[in-house]
Design a protein around this ligand. Structure first.
Ligand code: F6P
Length: 362
């Protein structure tokens, strides 16, 4: 077995299970006599050459920890690198050559890039420009092309479901409409799965634009049948038919600058006005990304990390480790860079939920 020198970074938003992947890659490499170089804060560390050799003690005891011991950035892009000047003024530079030179200085055999579609798109460009990269998909949103599942999703769904379970108490006791807004960007996977798991009466996802009148009709119908409360689960990227998403903030330095959030409150005001039922909204936000990964995510992340090392052995650079029908698959980073995996309209869970009376606002 060749002793390998592996560089590793985590990019994009933090996600439960990142440390489990780092641990798997590092333990496998170290166990075979190899070395692991940790790059700090994603591509920022690659551009700025902030790296450290990981010791066994660095990766011991991190399996259950949320976040990432390496740090991350969902802003740093080597090809469009933001530099903040006076008065927070931003200028952008192409630093990809710097990133490549820094990688060469590490004398690593490969770079494992763990990230979402943004990080993996940059990884694809760096691969094309000469860095031998293997990608590992991470995101709570579960929206990466080429893989059925990403680690972090199960944890986010568990937390969101617990949130929905908990608002049931107030909804029932006070006869209110309770809205739970969950993350997911342009994809409705978290809302769909937590909405079904939490018994949401109305689930609104970006892929199915809603009609507020249909939402209101459903709530009134429930009321007339004696159900004096309703639970609405709304994805942050949901929007009304012919309308727009609610933007929470613009992060100018970020390649994907728009941060969504706030649809829950907009919807709450409308529902309250149109039904005369007190309506409250809760935005779960970053709670969904925080804390310890579920056992499922720990197992998935461990397998993905181990498989990434196999890809390196096989020379399968420019690929991401995907999961299709419960088996590993090689997914070209080019394909990952070219889209998002959204909820299809004929998704079976959507159909099943509809058949039980769940309203999708359409
Ligand atoms: O992609 C993960 C995610 O948590 C999305 O669900 C959310 O829209 C976004 O990141 C939030 O990003 P930030 O932490 O920069 O606000």
């Amino acid at each position: 077995m060749k002793k390998r020198r592996i560089a590793i970074l985590t990019g994009g938003g933090d996600c439960p299970g990142l440390n489990a992947v780092i641990r798997a890659v590092a333990k496998k490499a170290m166990g075979e006599g190899g070395e692991v170089i940790g790059i700090e804060d994603g591509f920022e560390g690659l551009v700025k050459n902030r790296v450290k050799k990981l010791q066994n003690s660095d990766v011991s005891g991190i399996l259950t920890m949320g976040g990432t011991i390496l740090g991350t950035s969902n802003i740093a892009n080597p090809y469009h690198y933001a530099i903040e000047g006076k008065g927070c003024k931003l200028t952008f530079r192409d630093y990809h050559k710097k990133a490549i030179n820094n990688f060469k200085k590490m004398k690593a055999d490969a770079l494992v890039a763990i990230g979402g579609d943004g990080t993996l798109s940059m990884a694809y460009r760096l691969f094309e420009d000469g860095i031998p990269i293997v990608g590992v998909p991470k995101t709570i949103d579960n929206d990466i092309v080429g893989t059925d599942i990403t680690f972090g999703f199960d944890t986010a769904v568990s937390i969101a479901t617990e949130g929905i379970d908990r608002v049931h108490t107030t909804a029932q006791s006070h006869h209110r409409v309770m809205i739970v807004e969950v993350m997911g960007r342009t994809a409705g996977w978290i809302a769909l799965h937590s909405g079904v798991a939490g018994g949401g009466d109305i689930i609104l996802i970006p892929e199915i634009p809603y009609d507020i009148n249909i939402v209101v009709k459903k709530i009134k119908e429930r009321h007339s049948k004696g159900k004096k409360f309703s639970i609405v689960v709304v994805a942050e990227g949901a929007r009304p038919e012919g309308g727009d998403v609610v933007v929470q903030r613009i992060v100018k330095a970020s390649t994907e600058a728009v941060r969504l959030g706030g649809i829950g409150f907009v919807l709450g005001d409308q529902i309250e006005k149109l039904t005369c039922i007190e309506t409250r909204a809760v935005v779960l936000g970053h709670l969904q990304r925080g804390g310890s990964p579920t056992p499922f995510d720990r197992v998935l992340a461990t397998q993905l990390g181990s498989k990434a090392m196999d890809f390196i052995d096989e020379g399968a650079f420019g690929y991401m480790v995907g999961i299709k029908q419960n088996d590993f698959t090689r997914v070209s980073l080019r394909d990952v860079a070219n889209g998002k995996r959204l909820v299809p309209h004929d998704n079976y869970l959507v159909q099943a939920a509809r058949s039980l009376g769940t309203c999708f606002g359409d």
